[in-house]
Design a protein around this ligand. Sequence first.
Ligand code: EPU
Length: 319
Amino acid sequence: MKTIPEIKIQEKLQQVFKGRIRVNEPLSSHTYIKIGGPVDLFLSPVDIEDLKAAVEFLDQANIPRVMIGKGSNLLVSDESLPIAAIKLNSPFFQEITKQDNSVYARAGVSLAKFINFSKNNRLSGSEFLAGIPGSIGGAIFMNAGTRNISLENSKQLCSISDIVSQVQVMDKHGNVKIIAKEDIKFTYRDCGLTDQIILAAWFELKPLAQEIIAQNIEAFLNNKLSTQELVLPNAGCIFKNPAKSKLSAGALIDQAKLKGCSIGDAEISFIHANFIVNKGNASFSQVRSLIAKIQETVENKYSICLEPEVKIWDKEGLK
Ligand code: EPU
């Protein structure tokens, strides 16, 4: 990865960009696991035009850029990264409205706000997202989901793609487009929109009594509270559930007796084995080493290659 040349990038950027610019911003303040070194630029555009100005500027200056949501599924190197991180957290990107049974939410809306808004408008369908600490942008990008505890077969996964009808994106040339769900390749924890910036989405929900929606939300939250790591900083599930195994990644790691195994302050959660917690000052390399140890152990024991679900950003690349 190239380093940003020693020129007054910030001053030049200020001529075209209206939003907030932070220089050398540590990403540890923007990730749930509280790990991550500084990025050269951290930008919060005020609206779509401003985002477009930032994208054009960064592309012309050859500065790699990444989008960051709530940072809940993200593991970032402690080293400084010569990149720009863009966060859609200005008031414009937190707008949410509804028309009939359809809710329109911009990328910076938190999932908690989306769920509450839907409940207050007596619209059901988003309850399964309760307790996922994400934003609409991040949740669409990752096709966030959970197990559907309201169905008899609780093994069934439900994903945000189940309720999406359209997504508004900015393509790599700065053009804004609306893509229908049918034209998006949603799969397990992926939306396939790699070169696009998610700006907003429309959700098709169903009318339901508010009390029932509230009960559904509580059931999903209680399920999370009893099965997942909610106290110590973490990055959500580290691995995807392997397609070819009957057992989930968490169950495989648990059966390999890895719960509680630690490297420095990085520890495999005692509550859910697919979570790594930061007990204080865990470093990026400690978490990486623990990830490698889990992969090696599970591979040796079960001949299953666990694929990370977390996005990993380091000097080698932004994956
Ligand atoms: N299990 C164990 N030991 C553990 C953890 C789980 O034996 O340490 C067993 C459980 O008893 C259960 C099975 O593994 O029989 C599955 O566990 P769980 O119901 O917790 O679901 P999961 O597959 O581990 C998935 C999502 C979670 C989502 C939950 C909601 C993935 C990788 N994970 O977890 O999503 O919250 O369902 O139930 O798809 C995330 O993606 O970051 C995430 C947290």
